[in-house]
Design a protein around this ligand. Structure first.
Ligand SMILES: NC(=O)c1ccc[n+]([C@@H]2O[C@H](COP(=O)([O-])OP(=O)(O)OC[C@H]3O[C@@H](n4cnc5c(N)ncnc54)[C@H](O)[C@@H]3O)[C@@H](O)[C@H]2O)c1
Length: 254
């Protein structure tokens, strides 16, 4: 899909990977709406890259519809949706204080999984009604963000692992469902990236990864995530797949 001139929505875009994706899409010619629950930061971030910023909590369905309407009113009907909004969810299933606090577990599922599903389905429903953009019949694309912990669940990452595993599982299912209407669904599963969320990763886990178990032996830069998003959008044969962006690392149990 040619990106130039298309309307794009990126969630979690006030910071980190979402901001980098918004930047990359803007550089590729998209008209980007940055969405984040941190209203002030998203406004500042959007202004800095010449886009629009919309304060919206992805767990609030009414607010999501309002945000999509606002984005479309300024930038046109949405063709690209990237979902990067997420929170860390470190917790043991059974810790020193007993079984996991279900409210804390549910909060992570609510933001990371249900927030992604809410934005994705609302965008997909709109995309499916649009005219095709090219001979393949492409109407739009959704890119979600999982994590390599979806495949190598580490001790202490309980709710986070569950939320990201579900996003990974949904990739093919959603792609199959939206295929007849020309909407692709892809997922990026990042490894270790230098963003604020990475501050929640225990130092011993980081040391374990940066120990010659990956190449390049360093944190990924957010711009490298943004670059992959652009490549995915441009290549129509990528659909229903999860791409690990992790320098070849495989996580240990802890
Ligand atoms: N950084 C990494 O190493 C890494 C690795 C694997 C996966 N990820 C995933 O990448 C995504 C982006 O993370 P990041 O590293 O850029 O972290 P980040 O903390 O820099 O960015 C996350 C953004 O999401 C926003 N957000 C959180 N809850 C929200 C909600 N309910 N509604 C709207 N916005 C909300 C935050 O305000 C923040 O701006 C997350 O889903 C994260 O789980 C990151």
């Amino acid at each position: 899909m040619k990106i130039d001139g298309l309307s794009a929505i990126v969630t979690g875009a006030a910071s980190g990977l979402g901001l980098a994706a918004a930047h990359a899409l803007r550089d590729a010619g998209a008209k980007v709406a940055l969405i984040d629950r941190d209203e002030e930061r998203v406004a500042r971030a959007a202004e800095a890259i010449g886009c629009i910023g919309i304060g919206c909590d992805v767990t609030d369905s009414v607010a999501v519809v309002r945000a999509l309407d606002a984005a479309e009113a300024t930038n046109g009907l949405v063709r690209i949706n990237m979902n990067c909004a997420g929170i860390p969810g470190g917790m043991r299933l059974v810790g020193r204080d007993g079984p996991v606090d279900m409210e804390a577990f549910a909060e992570v599922i609510n933001v990371n999984l249900l927030g992604t599903v809410s934005v994705m389905t609302k965008c997909a429903a709109r995309m499916m009604e649009l005219n095709p953009l090219n001979e393949d019949g492409e109407r739009g694309i959704i890119i979600n963000t999982a994590s390599i912990t979806a495949f190598e669940g580490q001790i202490g990452q309980g709710a986070y692992v569950a939320s990201k595993g579900a996003i990974a599982s949904l990739t093919l299912q959603a792609a199959r469902e939206f295929m007849p209407r020309g909407v692709r669904v892809m997922t990026i599963a990042p490894g270790l990236f230098r963003t604020p969320i990475a501050e929640h990763i225990p130092q011993e886990v980081i040391d374990g990864m940066l120990d010659g178990r990956m190449f390049p032996n360093r944190f990924g830069e957010p711009a490298e995530f943004g670059r992959l998003a652009v490549d995915i959008i441009r290549n129509p044969m990528l659909n229903g797949e999860i791409i690990r962006l992790d320098a070849g690392v495989r996580l240990q149990a802890r």
